[in-house]
Design a protein around this ligand. Structure first.
Ligand SMILES: NC(=O)c1ccc[n+]([C@@H]2O[C@H](COP(=O)([O-])OP(=O)(O)OC[C@H]3O[C@@H](n4cnc5c(N)ncnc54)[C@H](O)[C@@H]3O)[C@@H](O)[C@H]2O)c1
Length: 270
């Protein structure tokens, strides 16, 4: 089906009716936009986050629009919770598409980082994706499936100070994606990674506000330099990342594998 090139409605490729998508970090920002976009394409959504009330609010919104959505309140820092979540899914209720979007902006001066901080950053930003992918692939080994991971521009071009642990965790997500794409492509898995940059979300707005309120001159200067690198001259909105995730999950991207795709208004290109 995905290899033909007849004239057909492009809509068909983007129609995810009958598909189930699991989106992590769905209660806020980019994840929330992804859920709305995937629901609009007809997918049934499993929304996962640590923020239970955010999840409920989004699920109600999607259900009010006629979509099917369920929620899973999970702390991705805890492997035991990830394992329990997958153990609770029957074979009939497995997702067809896995979007690993949840992440934390772990800011700390490199010299002040202790084991607890590093472990927590790596657990949420990298290990959780590692285990989520392992469960997904194990359970769907005979069927294949689609994974979209979320890393960051910081993983390939460290720009802001105090993000060494964050960048390290997110660079791992790129390596993980490419390794899995290589190993499991022949089993029918398509696996790609998005590198967002300069997307206005509750978290990035909070970080900007913090820099201004504390009048941290170096952070304000970095913010200014960052802004001037944006080839499009503006920040992006969460839905602009969600649209790329939808494309990667759809048959429009049928031959895209192991790709590292910046969605950053041209930050990495300038
Ligand atoms: N916004 C940007 O400009 C940007 C840039 C680069 C990368 N990213 C990446 O995009 C992703 C989404 O970012 P965002 O800006 O929308 O952030 P956000 O903070 O708005 O959303 C992140 C979501 O992840 C959830 N989460 C955090 N820790 C969790 C845990 N332990 N268990 C379960 N859920 C947890 C949060 O509750 C939240 O709902 C992140 O991985 C981030 O690193 C964003």
């Amino acid at each position: 089906m995905s290899q033909d090139s007849d004239f057909i409605f492009t809509d068909r490729f983007l129609n995810l009716k009958g598909q189930r998508v699991l989106i992590t970090g769905a209660a806020s920002g980019i994840g929330e936009a992804m859920a709305i976009r995937f629901a609009d394409a007809g997918a049934e959504c499993i929304l996962l986050d640590i923020d239970g009330s955010g999840l409920e609010a989004l699920a109600s919104r999607l259900q009010a629009q006629g979509s099917t959505a369920s929620v899973a309140k999970i702390d991705l820092e805890r492997k035991s919770q990830i394992d329990a979540f997958w153990a609770g899914l029957s074979d009939e209720s497995l997702p067809d598409i896995l979007v690993n979007n949840a992440g934390v902006y772990a800011l700390k001066d490199y010299l002040d980082i202790d084991e607890t901080f590093l472990d927590s950053t790596l657990s949420i930003n990298l290990n959780a994706i590692f285990w989520m992918c392992q469960h997904f692939i194990k359970r769907r080994l005979q069927k294949g499936g689609i994974i979209v991971n979320v890393s960051t521009i910081e993983a390939v071009l460290p720009f802001k100070k105090d993000l060494v642990a964050y960048g390290t965790s997110k660079a791992g997500v790129i390596a993980l994606t490419r390794g899995l794409a290589r190993d499991y492509g022949p089993h029918g898995f398509r696996i790609n990674v998005i590198l967002p940059g300069a997307i206005k979300t509750p978290s990035t707005k909070r970080l900007m506000k913090m820099a201004i309120q504390r009048f941290k001159v170096d952070l304000i200067k970095t913010g200014y330099d960052f802004q001037t690198r944006l080839a499009m001259g503006r920040w992006g909105v969460p839905d602009e990342v969600a649209r790329v995730a939808l494309f990667l999950a759809s048959d429009l991207a049928a031959y895209v594998q192991g790709a590292v795709i910046p969605v950053d208004g041209g930050f990495l290109s300038s």
